[in-house]
Write a protein that binds this ligand. Structure first.
Ligand code: NAD
Ligand code: UGA
Length: 485
């Protein structure tokens, strides 16, 4: 039975029975950390995270907390406190749904790669499959919460699937809520602990109250916003579009800074001091990566086109175009600076994750930049503190080259890549170092030690503007910093 019978105190209080069992479908970057934080703050609720991916569930259950499938600062401590107490990871999807009062849908919603809307629209097959699983397995009254980022009006589809399963005698009933997640990777635990806002969209006040009560364990009431379903779904896409638009805007101005002698950091500080503009999300770089910005804007573009708003679609499309341009632009200027050719040259790539403090490489700017350089025949030595060789091979669509082949052979051969175990190893014998992810250790590189091991004349291309460029220059390196004229 899903919702357990209310006890006497609850009946007398007139309040709806509180949630006691949560199931979350999808043990990914959102489902795992979000449920861990809910379990941590709500010890009276049993939280079960389910996934079809057995390896992922096994990793969530790994006794060694350093091997959780998602790397997030602070996550290991939260999982360590709750796992086995009121936080469970399992592939037993049906049983977890059957005993849940509330089911979160936190499955992947990537961009469609074929068929109608390919390249823009969200692929909703996983959300539909999980809604069907809930329809088939739920018992009693179940609140279904959209946690995935979804096109506006997806709740209609979810409701249609659930309604078809609703028992004629009312034994199985559902309420559908939208509760998009705003955490950023690398700061997920802090974002979940101290959210700027929690957004709950829905039509059923009891269901909204039940979800608000869960967040109410640690989120101040004034930060829990209630809207209708469609506003909630659209707010998530809009938030990501606005954030990504700021990055494309500052990267566009960064290119102009490079051309004119201005410095994008000074410009960012000057404009960011205007409280109407604000200082956050104005760091120029190699363009935004991550699993969501591009996919969510493309989704917005598709929706605008669907509703006949072509000019609006074109406006948002340009944010994505500028982002790709920035990545190709950086690869091009590396080639041009190195005398117009990188064929056979060793280039040290520092950072492969799409941002610091995560092992996630989805849509990482490093992928496009590395592919461009490999296409030009470069020999890349890639170092990232958290990304594996297997992941890089998958992202570049090319296996790692033999470690024996690491001597520069100017003018011949195909481009290739190898993994380096440290920044120093990557830089040894390289013509250039490219910083593509803002890992803390790259801020503290000892250029006086690194530069002599490189082939001269050598370059530093600081795509994140984090290196001690004065030290790099005095160690004899040529330096390019993104956005610096
Ligand atoms: P993910 O790919 O890391 O995880 C999704 C998981 O769902 C996978 O492990 C997959 O095996 C599982 N899954 C899919 N269908 C299933 C089914 N029918 N039954 C059981 N398991 C199933 O994705 P993610 O990064 O966690 O993102 C999930 C959603 O949250 C997406 O819509 C994304 O846009 C959104 N989101 C992501 C972030 C982020 O930082 N990654 C932040 C906010 C919102
Ligand atoms: C982003 C949003 O910040 C989250 O609110 C949202 O929940 C999430 O997407 C999502 O829906 O998936 P995330 O992609 O994890 O979070 O990380 P961000 O910190 O937003 O960074 C995204 C990309 O922009 C990274 O490649 C980062 O390096 C880049 N960035 C960020 C910049 O180039 N400059 C900046 O000033 C900020």
């Amino acid at each position: 039975m899903s919702r357990s019978a209310p006890d006497l105190a609850e009946v007398l209080s007139g309040q709806p029975a509180p949630i006691r069992q949560i199931c979350c479908i999808g043990a990914g970057y959102v489902g795992g950390p979000t449920m861990a934080v809910i379990a941590d703050h709500c010890p009276a609720i049993q939280v079960t995270v389910v996934d079809l991916n057995e390896a992922r569930i096994a990793a969530w259950n790994d006794p060694d907390l350093s091997r959780l499938p998602v790397y997030e600062p602070g996550l290991d401590a939260v999982v360590g406190r709750c796992r086995g107490r009121n936080l469970h990871f399992t592939t037993a999807v049906e049983a977890a749904i059957a005993s849940a009062d509330m089911v979160f849908l936190s499955v992947n919603t990537p961009t469609k790669t074929r068929g109608i809307g390919a390249g823009q629209a969200s692929d909703l097959r996983w959300i539909e499959a999980s809604a069907r699983q809930v329809a088939a397995c739920a018992q009693g009254h179940t609140i279904v919460v959209e946690k995935s980022t979804l096109p506006v009006r997806t709740a209609e589809t979810v409701k249609a699937i659930l309604t078809a399963a609703q028992g004629a005698g009312g034994q199985t009933t559902f309420a559908v809520l939208s509760n998009p997640e705003f955490l950023a990777e690398g700061t997920a635990i802090n974002d979940l602990e101290h959210p700027d806002r929690v957004l709950i969209g829905g039509e059923d006040p009891e269901a909204i109250d039940a979800l608000a009560a869960i967040y109410g364990h640690w989120v101040p009431a004034e930060r829990i916003l209630r809207t209708n379903l469609w506003s909630s779904e659209l707010s998530k896409l809009t938030a990501n579009a606005f954030l990504a638009q700021r990055i494309s805007s500052i990267n566009a101005i960064g290119a102009l800074c490079e051309a004119t002698g201005a410095d994008v950091r000074e410009v960012a500080r000057a404009i960011g001091s205007d409280s109407r503009i604000g200082s956050k999300f104005l760091a120029a770089g190699p363009g935004f990566g991550g699993s969501c910005f591009q996919k969510d804007i493309l989704n917005l573009v598709y929706l605008c086109g669907h509703y006949g708003l072509q000019e609006v679609a074109n406006y948002w499309q340009q944010v994505v175009e500028l982002n790709s341009w920035q990545q190709h632009r950086i690869a091009n200027l590396v080639v041009r600076s190195l005398f117009g050719t990188v064929t056979g040259k060793r280039l040290a790539v520092l950072g492969f994750a799409f941002k610091g403090d995560t092992n996630d490489t989805r849509e990482s700017p490093a992928i496009r930049i590395c592919l461009d350089l490999i296409e030009e025949g470069a020999h890349l030595a890639i170092y990232d503190p958290k990304v594996s060789s297997a992941q890089i091979a998958a992202d570049l669509g090319q296996a790692e080259a033999d470690q024996g082949q690491d001597q520069p052979q100017p003018g011949q051969g195909e481009g290739r890549w190898q993994l380096a175990r440290s920044a120093g190893e990557a830089a040894r014998g390289a013509d250039a170092v490219l910083i593509l992810t803002e890992w803390r250790e790259f801020r503290q590189l000892d250029w006086a030690a690194l530069a002599p091991s490189m082939r001269q004349p050598a370059w530093l291309f600081d795509g994140r503007a984090i290196a001690d460029t004065a030290a790099a220059r005095s160690a004899g390196l040529n330096v390019w910093t993104v956005g610096e004229g």
